[in-house]
Design a protein around this ligand. Structure first.
Ligand code: ZN
Length: 79
């Protein structure tokens, strides 16, 4: 690994898990968020459990490798 900025080989690579999660706004939680999930659980307990059991495959955890140059401090993503 060579730093593209200063061509130094003193580069440390860090693997950082990159989880993509959808975040709802405050208004969503005030209007819908607090009752939607319990209501869904009450109505669709069994389907929700099935989704819980098999839904893990849909969650993609991307691992990104960040390289940080110890010489000049330049950081870049390793592909
Ligand atoms: Zn560098």
């Amino acid at each position: 690994m060579i730093c593209p900025k200063c061509k130094s080989e003193n580069v440390v690579v860090q693997v950082v898990p990159h989880v993509q999660t959808k975040r709802h706004g405050l208004l969503y939680w005030l209007l819908i968020g607090w009752w939607l999930k319990p209501l869904l659980w009450l109505l669709f307990t069994i389907p929700m459990l099935v989704i819980r059991l098999f839904g893990h495959k849909k969650v993609t955890t991307k691992v990104k490798s960040y390289a940080v140059c110890q010489n000049c401090g330049y950081s870049f993503i390793v592909k």
